[in-house]
Ligand binder design. Structure first.
Ligand code: HEC
Ligand SMILES: [Cu+2]
Length: 329
């Protein structure tokens, strides 16, 4: 009798052990897997990862609903597709400590851009800490939320090619980087109009000179880079043609579930000259990196390099200026 009981206890103990091992095994195999879900169903799980400089981080990923895609901001990498029911893998190498943002690059829904997570990368001890630099718009003391309207508008699309023919008339200060970032095209035109040395030029010619000055900071490669980034990240809201009529624009309008309770507004129409010609490049740059803070305009600061943000700004000007260097008239 006692022997029988002892045998049962041993079997029970064995069973419990086997079950425990199996559970631990399952947890282990699920551990370290990054799950991608639509933002309304949790987004990335887990949303925060850790890594160390100099130690490759391998991430295994799967989707719990639709196809998503994984990329890390400010990192030169190919986005990795994540299909439901399949396992994807990526190995990342970090050479600088800091907080990185990973995000989904696929338009999986209206809230797609909320699909972001962070990777906290700690240093191996040797690296210089990254110095904090305030964003440009703060350094320039610009209020990027202020209304901006162009006071002056061109009667036809300004052309950099036509402006180039008058290049010798353009005082040098107008083509500097400092001038470009801190002036709206409308205010630049006003200063050109008030410039005595240019009083013989027509209003249209001065607009062409403004387009020429802007083109100096929007070379074809930057415009092309900006166009690609725009198509992938911005067109769904702002529209392929920049008119603010992207496929998700309607879902945005009047949407009140923005994180801080503000109602979102409609995406800016980049072809609206009164609006855009009143904006200084540094204001657009600031809006892109900081976002609208509750308006529905996402922040892209942790996603794009500064060069990419300026490329986007250059691209946005193509809705106002003809940068083509071929003279058409
Ligand atoms: C989820 C929708 C959405 C996406 C995606 C989006 N935007 Fe916006 N954007 C908006 C909305 C809404 C506004 C208007 C409210 C505001 O200005 O904050 C706006 C405003 C802006 C402005 C402000 C213009 C001004 O005059 O102040 C800029 C610049 C801009 N977006 C650039 C971009 C760029 C570049 C991208 C892509 C990298 C992008 N947006 C992606 C919704 C979006
Ligand atoms: Cu997505």
């Amino acid at each position: 009798m006692r022997e029988k009981l002892a045998r049962w206890i041993v079997i029970l103990l064995l069973l419990v052990t086997v079950m425990g091992v199996a559970a631990a095994w399952k947890a282990r195999s699920d551990e370290g897997i990054l799950h991608a879900r639509l933002p309304e169903h949790g987004g990335w799980i887990p949303g925060d990862l850790r890594a160390t400089v100099g130690q490759p981080l391998t991430i295994r990923m799967t989707s719990d609903d639709v196809t998503h895609s994984f990329a890390v901001g400010q990192m030169d990498m190919q986005a990795v597709n994540i299909n439901p029911g399949e396992m994807s893998e990526v190995t990342l190498n970090f050479d600088r400590p800091g907080k990185y943002t990973f995000y989904c690059t696929r338009w999986c829904g209206a809230d797609h851009w909320r699909m972001r997570g962070t990777i906290e990368v700690s240093g191996a001890g040797m690296e210089e800490p990254v110095k904090y630099e305030p964003p440009l718009y703060l350094r320039l003391g610009l209020d990027i939320d202020a209304e901006h309207h162009a006071q002056f508008l061109p009667s036809q699309e300004p052309s950099a090619a036509r402006g180039a023919r008058l290049e010798h008339r353009l005082p040098q200060q107008y083509t500097s980087w400092e001038y470009y970032i801190s002036h709206s095209p409308s205010s630049a035109w006003q200063e050109l109009r008030n410039d005595r040395s240019l009083s013989d030029l027509s209003d249209a010619e001065l607009w062409d000179l403004a387009a020429y000055a802007w083109a100096q900071h929007s070379p074809p490669e930057a415009v092309q880079t900006g166009a690609g980034l725009y198509k992938e990240n911005c067109a769904a809201c702002h529209g392929e043609t920049g008119d603010g009529e992207g496929v998700f624009a309607n879902e945005l309008a009047g949407d009140t579930h923005a994180l801080d309770g503000h109602a979102t507004t409609t995406p800016t129409d980049f072809s609206d000259e009164e609006h855009m010609l009143g904006a200084a490049p540094a204001v657009l740059h600031g809006k892109i990196i900081r976002g609208g803070m509750g308006t529905g305009m996402p922040y892209w600061g942790p996603i794009f390099t500064d060069e990419q943000v300026w490329a986007l700004v250059s691209y946005l000007w193509t809705y106002q200026f003809n940068f083509s260097m071929e003279v058409t008239q």
